[in-house]
Design a protein around this ligand. Structure first.
Ligand code: PMP
Length: 312
């Protein structure tokens, strides 16, 4: 059974069946390993101990995005969205987690031949595992963030719209640069110098009580948490602008935060050593963060359609 001390849940879905997670292994020669020819996703399951329910947040949207990423690559998998959801629910029931968990769907090129050949490997293999997961980035203190010297790849180089595995080397080098310089996370600019996103998060700022985030054409991942926050803001009378953000606009913003399935809503107190607002959690950030945490746990009736609750 998964608990806080185990790094992963006991069962995974691999090559069409449920196996022990330790047994879900692929070859060193696989194209997925050699060339990053794979796509992935991340879905959170929020555990309610009293009701013994696991609430999967926006699972439909996550699998739709995974299927879209495969479409971008021009490949497919053998399962449709309903089947992918069914596999995920079955895995949750098999693992019986008693903490919040994170599901990692993975679709990969399994051929052992040389060359990054998507034509030969046009049927990717689907696999899924899960791990217990609390906070990925701290959510109760402000983050100190670096604007990276590394750029986000343009859509016509490596599309950021899908979670394409090989592309994450870009995130890894930016995160290393930030950490080497004692920052906690990085923000990428696009090739033409506009704000894109974090290494595994979308970014929002607040100026004069308006919530602002880069557009889908700024080489970002179309984040599901981003979409959620935009909706929650609009429903609560917070004006939202989806537009280009300059680097210097980050510095003069009143509030700033990251969103993502892993980080949830993590606020930023400093960017490139400039204090954001007063350096404390801003009012709009606090309001959206509180609401978000209730929504994902299925505590806000209005948004219960986003939560797929499973009896554990
Ligand atoms: N941008 C990148 C590069 C990411 O990897 C993620 C994490 N999936 C996000 C943004 C946030 O997306 P989501 O809210 O769908 O998790």
């Amino acid at each position: 059974m998964a608990n806080k001390t185990t790094p992963y849940c006991p069962y995974a879905f691999f090559q069409g069946k449920f196996v022990k997670t330790e047994e879900a292994k692929i070859s060193i020669m696989a194209r997925a390993v050699q060339y990053g020819m794979a796509v992935f996703s991340g879905i959170r399951g929020y555990y309610n101990q009293d009701k013994r329910l696991l609430s999967l947040f926006r699972i439909d949207d996550h699998y739709q995005r995974l299927l879209n990423a495969l479409k971008i690559l021009g490949v497919s998998i053998q399962y449709n969205k309903e089947e992918l959801k069914e596999i995920t629910i079955k895995l949750a029931k098999k693992n019986k987690p008693q903490t919040d968990v994170y599901f990692r769907p993975y679709a990969y090129a399994s051929s052992l031949r040389l060359s990054p050949n998507l034509k030969e490997d046009s049927l990717f293999v689907f696999a899924l595992y899960s791990i217990p997961l609390g906070d990925y980035l701290p959510t109760n203190k402000g983050l100190s963030v670096l604007v990276s010297s590394w750029q986000r790849p343009a859509d016509n180089a490596i599309p950021g719209r899908g979670k394409i595995c090989g592309a994450y080397i870009n995130s890894a080098i930016a995160r290393k640069e930030a950490m080497d310089l004692d920052f906690e996370e990085a923000i990428f600019l696009t090739a033409d110098g506009h704000v894109a996103e974090g290494t595994g998060e979308n970014v929002f700022i607040v100026r004069d009580r308006v919530l602002i985030t880069p557009s889908e054409s700024d080489d970002i991942l179309e984040g599901i948490t981003r979409k959620t926050i935009i909706q929650l803001a609009k429903d609560n009378g917070i004006p939202v602008e989806i537009r280009r953000i300059d680097r210097s606009e980050l510095y003069v913003s009143d509030e700033a935060f990251f969103t993502g399935t892993a980080c949830q809503l993590a606020w930023i107190s400093k960017i490139d050593n400039r204090l954001i607002g007063s350096g404390k959690k801003g009012k709009i950030t606090a309001k959206l963060q509180d609401l978000f945490f209730r929504v994902v746990r299925g505590e806000e009736y209005k948004y219960s359609g986003w939560c797929n609750k499973i009896k554990i």
